[in-house]
Design a binder for this molecule. Structure first.
Ligand code: ZN
Length: 83
């Protein structure tokens, strides 16, 4: 069975605090940007969205592949795990 996980993040950076006149290197890609994240660090909006999407994707993949589904080795209870 194939599983597909699609993640799309769209941040609302319409608040003026997300933009500064002084370009600084983006903390993700290193290119100059006037955008700032919620911690006031230089960051492109797209880079922040991609970063969050990657984190969510990794978490989602872990949930998909976790061991709540019984495997040929037996259900998790056989390994001493509580449900
Ligand atoms: Zn960037």
């Amino acid at each position: 069975m194939a599983t597909e996980l699609l993640i799309r993040v769209h941040l609302d950076w319409s608040a003026p605090g997300h933009y500064q006149s002084q370009p600084l290197p983006c903390r993700v890609c290193g290119l100059p940007t006037t955008s700032r994240d919620s911690s006031d660090r230089a960051c492109d909006k797209q880079c922040a969205e991609d970063e969050i999407a990657r984190e969510l994707y990794g978490h989602g993949q872990a949930l998909i592949t976790d061991e709540r589904v019984a495997t040929p080795a037996g259900p998790p209870a056989d390994r001493g795990e509580a449900w």
